[in-house]
Design a protein around this ligand. Structure first.
Ligand code: TXA
Ligand code: MG
Length: 319
């Protein structure tokens, strides 16, 4: 579903109400944060989140940052320990993203977390971002509002130069103050890990943490929770055979298109639906104890590229 034209919205009451209505209908709205413009969708709506990847032309399902209006809303989605509470109290609202254990039943689409048990979350400081979150009344998944591989946008004009006609609307509030993305700090393990440098300097974090956060080792960058590697982390326990016309005896069939399967990514052969259902299906295969899984061929155009990338990683040999 590609909008014919992108609405340029003024962030007054009417513009915010319009933006919230588009988001409630599953649409995409670019909005300013203090770091860069984000491309927002309802984080609870798998199809809306799939549309983010389609609009950006992202070849992979990297996990996305969830934006919420305040700490109370963050607590509903993530499990916040003492350290997270302390850091959040000091830096939110602001350009800091925390990676935390996801709260069971948080309601966030698995496409947002890429099927992981952690979630990246932040409370932005920009008044228009906050007004939009409050008017919309739910969590917004938002990567930077640029086509994949292009520079992050710090003005509505930048957003339009890359995504005009591919998203429903952009809220124009002029240039972003910080201009670089948020700092990403993981508090999921024993150590505090700095996954990305950004708007909050590491030294400032160290003061709140009581110690300097660990930086991922660039030589040994195989840690599962570093942004680059992370998308390959989640795979079902069973083995996958891709591009299978039909299942062999003993295989569970994950279908796509008419004819179904034991379970299907999309009976209608719709790639947006398939993307939205992908991680749920992979989890379901674990739940039913599938040991050998045959996956129907998925076209590789549009969102199919990211779906196939994920399936290839899940099918790759592991130890
Ligand atoms: O400033 C920002 O953070 C902007 C504005 C729009 O908020 N957003 C942004 O999003 O930069 P994006 O999608 O470009 O970057 C998200 C980063 C990725 O590197 C991703 O791997 C990491 O966050 N990330 C998301 N969830 C994660 C998780 N559960 N564990 C580790 N890293 C995660
Ligand atoms: Mg980005």
């Amino acid at each position: 579903m590609k909008p014919a034209r992108t609405e340029l919205l003024v962030p007054d009451e009417a513009g915010l109400a319009r933006a919230a209505a588009i988001l409630r209908a599953g649409g995409l709205v670019a909005f300013p944060t203090e770091t860069v413009y984000g491309l927002g969708a309802d984080a609870r709506d798998g199809r809306a989140v799939a549309a983010i990847f389609e609009a950006k032309g992202r070849p992979r399902f990297n996990p996305l940052i969830v934006h919420v209006p305040d700490i109370a809303a963050a607590r509903e989605i993530a499990v916040m320990g003492d350290l997270a509470e302390a850091v959040a109290a000091r830096f939110w609202p602001g350009p800091l993203t925390l990676v935390l254990p996801i709260r069971p039943g948080a309601g966030v689409s698995e496409l947002v977390t890429a099927g992981l048990e952690s979630v990246a979350i932040r409370v932005p400081a920009h008044p228009v971002a906050r007004a939009l979150l409050n008017t919309f009344g739910g969590p917004l998944a938002a990567p930077s509002a640029n086509p994949s591989g292009r520079v992050s946008p710090t003005s509505a004009a930048h957003v339009l130069s890359g995504l005009d006609g591919r998203i429903d609307a952009v809220l124009d509030a002029g240039p972003c103050e910080v201009g670089v993305e948020s700092t990403i700090l993981s508090l999921t393990g024993d150590a505090s890990v700095l996954l990305r440098e950004g708007g909050v300097p590491a030294e400032a974090l160290a003061a709140a943490l009581g110690a300097m956060p660990v930086r991922p080792d660039p030589v040994n960058d195989l840690r599962p929770d570093s942004p680059g590697q992370l998308a390959s982390h989640y795979a079902p326990r069973g083995t996958l055979r891709l591009n299978a016309a039909r299942p062999e005896p003993g295989e569970v069939f994950l279908g796509f298109g008419p004819g179904g399967g034991d379970l299907t990514l999309s009976e209608a052969g719709d790639l947006t639906e398939a993307a939205a259902r992908l991680f749920g299906c992979l989890h379901h295969l674990d739940e039913i104890g599938a040991e050998r899984i045959a996956v129907a061929p998925i076209p590789s155009d549009g969102l199919g590229a990211a779906i196939n990338d994920r399936l290839r990683r899940a099918a790759a040999p592991r130890d």
